[in-house]
Design a protein around this ligand. Structure first.
Ligand code: HGY
Ligand code: MN
Ligand code: MN
Length: 412
C-alpha cells in the first residue's frame, strides 16, 4: 500500500502557500532575496511555525532559522534536516522551501506520534543558498560550516552596490559575529536535504522519489570584456574594438564545448550586461557569467582551460581586453551510501517507485557533505522546470519524499 503516513500533505501545502506570500514579485513567480523585507517576513513566519511545533527556535548569526526537537540524550550527535528559504528572481515556491517545510512536518509528526528520538532532531532553514543577490552562494551553510567569509561579505555586492556586510547591518546583525553560527560537527550524526529535482528525470520516467548519491561540481566566472565605444557605421571592422563580438564568440564556444563532451556537462552564460547597449554604438564593455557544471572534475578543468584560451584568441581577433574573476569553484561530491541505502529501504517498504541519481543542481548539502554523513532526497519537478514561475511539484509527492526521510530519521 503506497502510503506517506504519518506525513500530512495538507499541512505541507498550507505552509508552502503561506511562505510563498512573502514575495516581492507576486503574480510573476516567487522572489525572496536575502536580507529583504520578504526574507524577514519568511523568517518570522518560520520561527512562529517552528515554535508552534514545539522546537527550541533561534535565528543564528548569519540569518539561518534553526529549530531543535530535543532527544532523550542531548549529548548524542543530532540528526539535522533542512534546506534554504531564499529564492532566485521570479522562481518557484518549492525550491529550498519544500525541504524546510518537510523537515518541519517531520518534527510535527514525531511529536504527534509520541516518538521521542534518542538524539536531537534539528530543523534548519538556510539563508542565501542561491547567491543571486550578491553573486555568491551558500552564505548560510558556509556559516554553520565555519568557512571564512569576512572578505566575501565585504566585497560581494548586489546590483545597487550594497555589500553582504551592509545588508546584514540593515537587519541589525553584526557581521563580525558570524563565527558564532558555526556548528560542532562532532555532534552531528547526519544531514538530510529534501529538495525538488529541478530537472526532468523523475517526471519523464514516472518515478516518485529520487535518492541522490552525488551532486555535480560547478565553477562560475564573471568575465568583463573591454572594447571601445565608436560609431557603428563609420568605424571599419579592422579598427573597431567590439566587446560583444568577443563575448559572443566565447559564449557560443561554451555551449558547443559542453555538448562536445557528451558526458552530462552543462554550461551557460546566465548573466549578460552590455554597455552602452545602444544600437548604433560599438559596445565598449560586455560583462557575462560563465558557469559550468559536471560530475567529472576533468571536464570542469577542460572547460576552464578552454574558456581562457577562447577569451585570449577572441580578444586578440577583436582588439579587446578582458578580465576573468573566479566566483565559485565547488568540486563534485559523493553523498552517503549508508543513508542512500536506508532511503531505498524505506521507498521499497512504502512502495514508492524510485531511482538513485545525481543532482545537476547545487545544494547546501553538497558542502555540508564535507562535515558529516549527508544525503538528499528528491521529489519530481513537473516537466523538469524550476528557477521559473512554472516550477511545480505535487504536495503528495513532497509528502512521499518526506515519509522516506521520516523513516530515515526515526531509524537513525
Ligand atoms: O544554482 C543551483 O544549482 C541552485 O539552485 N542554487
Ligand atoms: Mn535554486
Ligand atoms: Mn535549491
Amino acid at each position: 500500500m503506497k502510503s506517506y503516513f504519518p506525513i500530512n500533505a495538507d499541512r505541507i501545502r498550507e505552509d508552502l502557500e503561506a511562505l510563498a506570500r512573502f514575495n516581492s514579485t507576486p503574480g510573476e513567480g516567487v522572489t525572496r532575496l536575502p536580507f529583504t523585507k520578504e526574507a524577514r517576513e519568511a523568517c518570522e513566519f518560520l520561527k512562529e511555525r517552528f515554535r508552534a511545533a514545539g522546537l527550541e527556535t533561534r535565528e543564528d548569526a548569519i540569518g539561518n532559522i534553526i529549530g531543535v526537537l530535543p532527544g532523550k540524550d542531548r549529548e548524542l550527535p543530532a540528526a539535522a534536516m533542512g534546506s534554504h528559504y531564499d529564492t532566485v528572481y521570479n522562481g518557484g515556491m518549492f525550491d529550498g522551501q519544500a525541504g524546510v517545510i518537510s523537515a518541519l512536518e517531520i518534527a510535527r509528526c514525531l511529536r504527534e506520534q509520541g516518538i521521542k528520538l534518542e538524539r536531537d532532531f534539528v530543523v534548519i532553514a538556510f539563508n542565501d543558498e542561491e547567491g543571486v543577490r550578491f553573486h555568491r552562494s551558500y552564505l548560510g551553510s558556509y556559516g554553520i560550516l565555519g568557512r571564512d567569509q569576512q572578505q566575501a561579505i565585504r566585497d560581494y555586492k548586489d546590483r545597487d552596490g550594497i555589500s553582504i556586510r551592509e545588508a546584514m547591518m540593515s537587519w541589525d546583525m553584526d557581521p563580525d559575529r558570524i563565527s558564532e553560527a558555526v556548528w560542532d560537527w562532532k555532534k552531528v550524526r547526519a544531514f538530510i536535504e529534501l529538495h525538488i529535482e529541478q530537472g526532468p528525470v523523475l517526471d519523464s520516467e514516472g518515478l516518485e522519489v529520487g535518492i541522490v548519491q552525488s551532486v555535480v561540481g560547478f565553477r562560475r566566472y564573471m568575465v568583463t570584456v573591454h572594447g571601445r565605444a565608436d560609431h557603428s557605421g563609420t568605424t571599419p571592422m579592422d579598427l573597431r574594438s567590439d566587446a560583444v563580438d568577443t563575448a559572443s564568440r566565447v559564449i557560443a564556444w561554451m555551449g558547443d564545448f559542453a555538448r562536445s563532451l557528451n558526458d552530462g556537462t552543462v554550461a551557460t552564460a546566465g548573466y549578460l550586461r552590455v554597455e552602452p547597449c545602444v544600437e548604433n554604438i560599438v559596445p565598449s564593455s560586455c560583462e557575462f557569467s560563465a558557469e559550468v557544471r559536471s560530475e567529472h572534475r576533468e571536464s570542469l578543468d577542460a572547460f576552464t582551460e578552454g574558456l581562457k584560451k577562447m577569451l585570449r584568441e577572441s580578444a586578440e581577433l577583436c582588439k579587446t581586453g578582458f578580465e576573468i574573476v573566479e566566483k565559485m569553484d565547488i568540486p563534485p561530491v559523493k553523498l552517503s551510501r549508508e543513508l542512500c541505502d536506508r532511503l531505498e529501504e524505506s521507498c521499497r517498504s512504502r512502495g514508492f517507485s524510485h531511482k538513485r541519481m545525481h543532482s545537476g543542481a547545487g545544494h547546501d548539502a553538497q558542502e555540508i557533505a564535507s562535515a558529516c554523513e549527508t544525503v538528499m532526497i528528491f521529489a519530481p519537478s513537473r516537466d523538469g522546470r524550476s528557477h521559473c514561475r512554472e516550477e511545480w511539484t505535487d504536495f503528495e509527492d513532497i509528502a512521499k519524499a518526506a515519509a522516506a526521510a521520516y523513516d530515515l530519521v526515526t531509524g537513525l
